[in-house]
Design a protein around this ligand. Structure first.
Ligand code: SF4
Length: 335
């Protein structure tokens, strides 16, 4: 069976956060006729609370590089027509450069270090195209999508570290429908765990001995964009980039928690579009004021999530709205 059929059979989805079908993406790049194609492995891992790609690079660098090599072979162009980049954050570069270089050997894979200061948006897939082309790091208008017009206008296959790791497992028949979960926050056993992708939050916390013995809430899928759930809502599976962060209800006061979230978005906004640049700043001002105008606050959130240029602006709504809906009443009542 060829690799595309194996990926289809495994129903592999991307593990960068968007959960897009890997087979569809690979097919799309393969089907474009072009003299030059690129592959990018995204190892920028910029969302707070997620460290599983770093874990994979540390423990299984040869699996990661094998996954990229399989993609190179799949696109079956001669070596002058294909090039892969491993786009990596500075911290991982310093820690793992040697390991990665040894695994890469003579393969056409270049390690490209994400600029310091590129931040969260530097890991967004169209922004990283700009980064590699040495342009201003900001998202591109889509379509066209990178699969047809990516690096220097050429078809470009972008997957993250865990996705290439899974491709390697699928190819060798060792993939078992599992994924990496980063568990952190106010928990007993933080770390990265490899468990079934069908598990609920409750099952994952049980399997890892992380059910708190105090009132708590969780943020799931990433500490910036992830949804926030209370302790009676743990029957859901984990989406996004696979993190579960536990927060003690006692420690996190309502307004302060929202302020921390907004600080992140204000700092990480690339400034390209007005709704995100001005909107996140204004939301932060409103929440910090003595008497919060909640009507204005929610109007601005809706506006921001519907009109922002890229996913960072629209991602702001999910954690704030879910925190207020699922957790805020509990904090207000002091449980
Ligand atoms: S939503 Fe706009 S300002 Fe915010 S990161 Fe995206 S492009 Fe930049």
């Amino acid at each position: 069976m060829d690799i595309l059929s194996k990926i289809k059979q495994a129903d592999l989805v991307g593990r960068g956060g968007a959960c897009f079908s890997v087979a569809k993406k690979w097919e799309a790049v393969k089907n474009v006729i072009s003299d030059k194609k690129y592959i990018i492995c995204n190892a920028s891992e910029g969302e707070p609370g997620i460290v599983k790609d770093g874990f994979i690079i540390e423990k299984y660098p040869e699996r990661l590089i094998d996954g990229i090599k399989i993609a190179i072979d799949f696109l079956s162009l001669d070596s002058s027509k294909i090039k892969a980049y491993l786009y990596i954050n500075n911290k991982y570069y310093k820690k793992y450069y040697k390991k990665l270089s040894q695994s890469i050997g003579n393969l056409p894979i270049e390690i490209f270090v994400k600029q310091s200061g590129a931040g969260y948006i530097g890991g967004e897939e169209s922004s990283l195209l700009n980064a590699i082309e040495h342009k201003r790091i900001e998202p591109r208008l889509r379509p066209p999508f990178p699969t047809t017009s990516g690096l220097w206008g050429c078809p470009t296959l972008i997957n993250n570290v865990e996705t290439f790791y899974n491709v390697s497992l699928v190819n060798s028949g060792e993939y078992r429908n599992s994924r990496f979960y980063t568990i952190g926050g106010d928990c007993f056993n933080n770390g990265v765990y490899y468990l079934s992708d069908n598990f609920t939050i409750q099952e994952i916390l049980e399997k890892t001995n992380n059910i708190p013995d105090f009132p708590f809430f969780v943020q799931v899928g990433g500490n910036a964009s992830g949804e926030i759930l209370n302790s009676s809502q743990l029957k859901e599976s984990v989406g996004g980039a696979g993190s579960i962060t536990i927060f003690s209800l006692e420690k996190y006061q309502n307004k302060k928690f929202i302020e921390n979230l907004l600080e992140f978005f204000v700092n990480e906004s690339c400034g390209k579009c007005t709704p995100c640049r001005e909107g996140s700043f204004r939301l932060n001002e409103i929440i910090k004021s003595e008497k919060v105008d909640w009507q204005l606050f929610f109007d601005l959130i809706e506006n921001l999530s519907e009109t922002s240029f890229c996913g960072l602006g629209s991602a702001l709504a999910a954690p704030i709205k879910s925190f207020i809906k699922n957790v805020y009443p509990q904090i207000n009542e002091k449980y």
